[in-house]
Design a protein around this ligand. Structure first.
Ligand code: SIN
Ligand code: FE
Length: 323
């Protein structure tokens, strides 16, 4: 794990490789909260938007010891069925548990609700430019060992990819994730490759930009009808269909995954990190027991909106890609 972030790219370093920004240490690069607190939040946001990882050697809020023990001691009866247990804050509901685990469900729901609330409160204070300009997405508990975990090609998280959720289109808004390594002894290991800013345009060339929606009234009527009938994908924007195709193309491309430049990150037990995973190409290689909360941040809240994947793609396309 590298220590302080470097602001000068070493020679020959490929463009757009993520850096680590250690927060809550005496990192001289970060505008000190005491000097002018109003500078710190926007600076941290700009680091995320550049594709850097905000890193906390210790999770910045307490997770009670008995909750940790409960999570670490969970039997893996559901493992064959579900890789994660998801918590949906808006519905205060869990998904991904096997029937036999119903007795554990209440406790798990309580722990994930707490994690979700703490992560939200923490981010509100850390990143004021984003505060409240987000949709709280799912939280998850990831109890399976990632090394060698069997999965369908497109569901494999050990292959570098930009995140795109087929069931939760963002329409150009950003995917921000807050992770915690709960494992008491094992690092969670990631690779990152180049950012969307650096390699998105290459993928746009190879897989093709989405074609603008036809403006003729018949086509518009059909789209409206599909939306009204809630047909799958009907309301998906051109942006979301591109990002989903890009996610799949990256995982399908053996030569990309073998030859792309990589940086290895080892997130130690008890640490947390924050990443905009739609612009950081990432892969998880090893690790078991993580917690995570996802936020969908309005594209309008970005401090450097022109660096967002949607802005990059719209510049290339020359027409809007959101609905
Ligand atoms: C991913 O978003 O690809 C998974 C990251 C992780 O579980 O550490
Ligand atoms: Fe991912």
């Amino acid at each position: 794990m590298s220590s302080a972030p470097s602001h000068v790219l070493p020679q020959n370093q490929p463009e757009g490789m993520s850096q680590l920004v250690e927060v809550e240490s005496d990192n001289p690069g970060i505008p000190a909260a005491s000097a002018d607190p109003s500078l710190r939040g926007p600076w941290l946001c700009s680091q995320l938007e550049a594709g850097n990882i905000l890193f906390f050697a210790r999770t910045p809020f307490a997770i009670p010891q008995n909750d940790r023990e409960f999570l670490l001691g969970r039997t893996q009866t559901s493992s064959a069925l579900h890789k994660n247990v998801a918590y949906r804050p808006a519905e205060d509901r869990l998904t991904g548990l096997a029937k036999s685990e119903e007795v554990e469900a209440e406790r798990l729901r309580f722990i994930l609700k707490n994690y979700s609330e703490h992560a939200t409160q923490f981010l509100r204070e850390l990143l004021p430019p984003y505060a409240g300009k987000w949709k709280l997405d799912f939280a998850s508990f990831r109890p399976l060992e990632e090394r060698g975990r069997p999965a369908r090609l497109h569901a494999r998280n050990d292959l570098p990819h930009f995140d795109s959720f087929p069931t939760r289109p963002t329409n150009g808004d950003r995917i921000l994730r807050f992770f915690t390594n709960l494992n008491p002894s094992q690092n969670r290991v990631w690779n990152t490759s180049q950012t969307f800013e650096a390699i998105g345009p290459h993928f746009a060339k190879s897989i093709g930009l989405p074609r603008a929606h036809s403006t003729n009234s018949f086509a518009r009527g059909m789209r409206g009808l599909a939306g009204a009938l809630h047909l799958p994908g009907a309301n998906r924007s051109l942006y979301d269909s591109f990002m989903h195709r890009c996610h799949n193309a990256m995982k399908e491309d053996a030569s990309f995954r073998e030859t792309c430049p990589k940086k290895r990150w080892e997130f130690p037990p008890g640490s947390s990190w924050i990443v905009l995973t739609d612009c950081v190409s990432h892969a998880v290689l090893e690790g078991q027991y993580a917690l995570e909360q996802t936020f969908l941040i309005s594209r309008r809240a970005m401090v450097e909106p022109e660096r967002s994947p949607i802005a990059i793609l719209e510049r290339l396309a020359g027409y809007p890609l959101s609905n």
